[in-house]
Design a protein around this ligand. Sequence first.
Ligand code: B12
Length: 412
Amino acid sequence: MRGMAYSIGVLLALASATVTQGCIAHDHLVQELLQRMEKSIKSLNPSILLAMNLAGATHSHVHNWLLQEIKKDAVERAQKDMTSGQVALYILALLSSCQDPRCVHAMGKTINLIPILKQKMDEEISKNVITWYTESLDTLALCLVKEYDNQDAVEAIAKELLNHKSSPHVDTRAMAVLALVCAYKHTGKQDLIRDALKAVTNDFLDEQERRNGMIGNIYSMGLALQALETSSEFYAPRKWDRAQAFRVVYNHDYKELMAIAQVLPPLVGKSYLNAGRWGCTATNRMSPSQQLPPSPMLGTVGVPTWTTITVQFSITNTLKNYFHYSTSVCVPDNSTLLQVMKVARNEKPDIFCFKKKKTLRGPFVTSIHGLAGNETERTYWQFFSCWSPLQEGVGTYKPKNWEHIQAIFSTY
Ligand code: B12
């Protein structure tokens, strides 16, 4: 008897040690991701400020700098240079910093971001250049500032989710879930929204079960976890195996800033919905020992390497007339796809010329061989490794020796 009690005691002690170790490993990961994010900030990014606030990491120099610069940037650029989605992200970042987006003051000027968001959203909807992701993000931001007069958008998002159940990206459906969960209590269309939320969240849970924790791809996990974290009443009585989904995230070494910014909130039990509700109070939640030391804003310097690799690169357009060109380029090992494209362009400028624009995620390729993607026609240059779509952009993806990279002019 005593032996049995002893074994149970040992088992309990072991179990609690494992749980504690699990928690320590989890906290360590959160700290590691926060530090990585801080160290690699190179430009203003509202998603990063939002993630820092939700994770309670609000006491560093980087945080203060980011908040001030984001206010200045909003005052300077929101009206003329930003898309509705960008204004929405600035609103979420400011809300989570306990700032009133209706009254953003910097450099002697004050602006109200809410009418700017509404006006831009209406314009993009009427020109049919808005994506479901952006429409959901905009709706979420408006809902968090308690503006509930865009019921048409709420209804359209819910219908899109029900009618094209699995066609939009996981990321897009996850953002739609966040918007609809927020809007649910403030709409006359509760049945419709409940049905849509039930369908999408069950779809996510089915996919997670089928794919051993993965929902979409590794970069969709951040928003998918945020969605499941906040929508349990819509998939109840079904239970979510949170641990299985989190294991997928624990096993990946996130490096991209934006991917970290989207995955951090669910790791601390939060979602973008918390930006409004208690994002502010989160600021004091971290004990001083957990707060991050101020860190220099420098990237890490890569080790030079002299081995070279050969990458095959082809460009194909079958949508507007037709062209197809292929080349092989030799680049240093560890080069990014962008470097491959630059070498191809240097060697054959009239064929492999391309343009890119800076985005918060890095360089986005806007045109190749003089053919540009177009928001109205919903075309873009999509990248593949052989026939698998790349899950990273040209600025971070590093092709392997003899890999065949294709850029294909596609629609979305
Ligand atoms: C909508 C969207 C697109 C649209 C954007 C056009 C539009 N009018 O909105 C289209 C279909 C064109 C697109 C293309 C690609 N996308 Co995309 N996209 C998204 C999505 C669903 C939402 C982005 C958004 O609107 N954010 C909100 C606005 C306010 O922020 P923003 O900074 O202004 O957004 C702009 C940039 O994000 C940019 N953009 C969109 N995708 C990508 C990808 C890269 C690598 C870069 C640098 C920029 C970029 O377009 C947005 C609108 O202008 C995200 C999902 C997510 N979790 O973020 C994936 C996402 C960002 N895309 C991704 C990828 C991989 C791509 C492609 C590289 C796919 C491919 N195989 O070719 C291409 C880009 C190729 C190129 N030409 O350089 C990944 C990036 C993963 C990572 N490692 O960081 C994400 C996270 C999806 C995923 N889970 O895999 N995308």
